[in-house]
Write a protein that binds this ligand. Structure first.
Ligand SMILES: Cc1cc2nc3c(=O)[nH]c(=O)nc-3n(C[C@H](O)[C@H](O)[C@H](O)COP(=O)(O)O)c2cc1C
Length: 185
């Protein structure tokens, strides 16, 4: 796939099943992430690839986080938190490991991790897989950092749910670039 074709045709997909990318394919996906722009080369990116039983472990961390943040949970909320990672056969946890630097604030390191996430979405698309980026209450939250037993410097900025599309894939909206761009000549 040509680069521009991949950029123009990427589509978020929420209905995802097996197969997931092979280890060789995931190497290419992570190498794409590691080409994200990165002020002062701080390398703030961290990813956790979660599959199989690992998704239950992640669900348990979601449940502990929801309990700590919300308090007493209804049975429906317990099920929702616990089962969230089971919505796809692979989940990639997106983490910014924030470094102290006189010229590079936290926001730039989070943006860089977001750019790495977009590179992964595009690489997955190029390889014929699909994904959706999710956040919700389990991101940008110090409790999830604690419950995943990550260092305090780590910000969980979201999750890529990954797999092979099942069912109908939505139509890509056609947007008029002139509504988003102005020109100073
Ligand atoms: C940082 C970020 C967080 C997001 N969080 C969620 C989310 O929690 N739930 C959700 O349904 N979509 C979420 N989205 C939106 C989807 O990933 C996706 O972009 C959206 O469904 C539109 O589809 P498209 O990317 O194909 O245009 C998020 C997107 C971004 C960039």
């Amino acid at each position: 796939m040509e680069t521009l074709e991949a950029l123009h045709s990427r589509n978020s997909v929420t209905s995802l099943s097996e197969p997931v990318p092979t280890p060789e394919e995931m190497k290419m996906v992570f190498q794409a992430a590691l080409r994200a722009p990165d002020h002062a080369w701080l390398r703030p990116w961290k990813f956790i690839q979660v599959t199989g039983e690992g998704r239950k472990k992640l669900g348990d961390a979601f449940l502990r986080t929801a309990t700590a943040v919300i308090g007493d949970l209804s049975e429906a909320l317990v099920e929702k938190a616990k089962n969230a990672p089971l919505r796809a056969p692979m989940v990639l946890v997106l983490i910014a490991d924030i470094k102290e630097h006189p010229k590079v604030p936290e926001i730039e390191q989070i943006i860089s991790t977001g750019a790495a996430a977009q590179n992964m979405l595009l690489a997955l698309h190029d390889l014929g897989y699909a994904a959706v980026w999710r956040t919700g209450k389990m991101a940008f939250n110090s409790e999830i950092t604690k419950q995943m037993e990550l260092p305090e410097s780590n910000r969980v900025i979201g999750y890529l749910y990954v797999g092979t599309p099942t069912g109908r894939v939505k139509e890509i909206p056609k947007l008029d670039m002139n509504k988003f761009v102005s020109f100073w000549d």
